[in-house]
Ligand binder design. Structure first.
Ligand code: GLC
Length: 453
């Protein structure tokens, strides 16, 4: 009896340890997979599809019955992509400092931008573009050293086996479903959508999948776990955003910038005006200053900005969008060390504004949204400061420590002189503080100084 009990206990311990070990391997794996992503800082989101033809909301215009299914799909007749030049896109993205790009290969409307064999609802069969638009996109990104992201909507509002909330004609003729007649309709849909992902993976081997629309069904219905396993099988380095139920690798806040620093890897996606696709009547563009501030806030909290553009149906980028990309690029170029050599900044309380810390933790970057008055102040730094300058002009700034009780490890305030007017950046100025050794912060609440010097 005792021996039996001992044996059971032994097995129990082994199971616990093997569980811990496999959890650790998983963590290590995802750390390695996400390595490039955590350092990427800037990605470009591309919403390109039929909706740009009439300048209406991507897919949602059908959902909200603002346009009929037939009228929506008719836009395809004018989706020509006749000036599509993905090399030019890729060169522009690279020039401005983006590290990855995510393009809609299929939005909720179900229109595929590649030559899918699983539906005729694709730009090769249905539009004057008459060709696969994903292949040249992937090629151009790879040639420019950019990581390849594919957006894919899980929900598909055209597929005959997928229920929708708006009137839709019978779309069966667009979906060759040979030998699937006897299957339950949801089984057919799962076969279809996972088949499309198999096509995308085998043809393009993306670095990242950006899923969308998971909220329409449960994890069991999508078979999310099995899908994630297949994706990892096809490419062990694949990264998946957080819209595959709980099987994503990073968080995906959208449109509203997080106020509190999210835990773990994350990416903030944002439109330049109020729409994802090309929507010429929407002129509510965010000013360049807002886009640059947002970028700084995101990276200072350890995230990436996935900034959206909506190219026109001919494949060109509207001048308002190009101008914003280029201005952000100029700013990034001028402030490169603060952008690319850094991780998330100091915790709240040390500086009134965003900050960044260099990877070797020997530099702090203070980001100034407003032109400073009197002096710039930083609190709670234990280290000796060796020099301070403003990025861009490289003007050296004088500084003084004031207050505190250094002999009790209570640092005072670091007072930094205000830079000359011409050294300040038009949008966001960055002050670089060099430390003698690795950053050491004072995070105390304060206490009595019991022994005076
Ligand atoms: C939303 C919308 C979709 C858009 C996406 C981008 O989830 O459904 O239209 O493509 O956000 O993040």
């Amino acid at each position: 009896m005792i021996n039996k009990l001992k044996f059971k206990f032994f097995i129990f311990i082994i199971l616990i340890f093997s569980g811990i070990a496999s959890a650790q391997t998983k963590n290590i794996e995802s750390d390695i997979r996400l390595d490039w992503f955590k350092n990427a800082k800037l990605g470009i989101f591309i919403h390109w599809g039929y909706y740009g033809v009439n300048g209406i909301t991507e897919s949602w215009s059908m959902y909200h019955k603002k346009v009929s299914y037939q009228d929506y799909m008719q836009q395809g007749e004018k989706f020509a992509a006749n000036k599509y030049n993905p090399e030019e896109w890729a060169e522009l993205f690279k020039k401005i400092g983006a590290q990855y790009v995510v393009m809609t290969t299929k939005h909720h409307d179900g229109v595929a931008l590649w030559d899918t064999k699983l539906s005729h609802l694709n730009v090769v069969d249905k539009t004057p573009a008459k060709r696969d638009l994903v292949t040249p996109y992937v090629k151009a990104l790879r040639e420019n050293g950019l990581k390849v992201g594919l957006y894919y909507s899980l929900c598909d509002w055209s597929h005959p086996d997928y229920d929708v909330v708006f009137p839709r004609p019978n779309t069966k003729k667009d979906y060759p479903q040979k030998g699937q007649k006897k299957m339950a309709s949801w089984e057919r849909f799962v076969l279809f959508y996972q088949g499309q992902l198999r096509e995308l993976s085998s043809q393009f081997n993306p670095d990242l999948y950006w899923f969308d629309g998971d909220w329409e069904k449960s994890e069991e219905q999508w078979r999310s776990k099995a899908l994630k396993d297949s994706l990892l099988n096809w490419n062990p380095n694949i990264i998946v955003n957080s819209r595959l139920n709980q099987y994503g690798d990073y968080k995906t806040p959208e449109q509203g910038i997080p106020v509190v620093r999210p835990d773990g890897p994350w990416e903030f996606c944002m439109t330049m005006n109020d729409n994802w696709g090309y929507y010429p009547s929407d002129t509510n563009y965010k000013p360049i200053s807002q886009i640059i501030r947002t970028f700084v806030e995101v990276i200072s909290n350890g995230g990436n900005l996935l900034l959206n553009i909506g190219p026109k149906p001919d494949g060109t980028i509207a001048k308002e969008q190009k101008e914003r990309l280029e201005s952000l690029g100029l700013w990034i170029n001028k402030h490169q060390p603060a952008v690319f050599e850094t991780t998330a900044g100091l915790p709240y309380g040390h500086f009134y504004g965003p900050t960044l810390v260099s990877k070797d933790r020997k530099k702090i970057y203070l980001c100034l949204f407003d032109d400073p008055k009197n002096y710039i102040q930083l609190k709670g730094i234990q280290n000796k400061v060796t020099s301070i300058k403003i990025l861009g002009s490289n003007e050296k700034l004088t500084f003084k420590r004031n207050g505190g009780a250094a002999w009790n490890n209570i640092p005072g305030i670091l007072r930094i002189a205000v830079p000359k007017g011409e050294s300040l950046d038009k949008y966001v100025s960055i002050i670089e503080i060099s430390l003698e050794d690795e950053l050491e912060l004072y995070r105390g609440h304060g206490n009595a100084v019991e022994l005076n010097d």
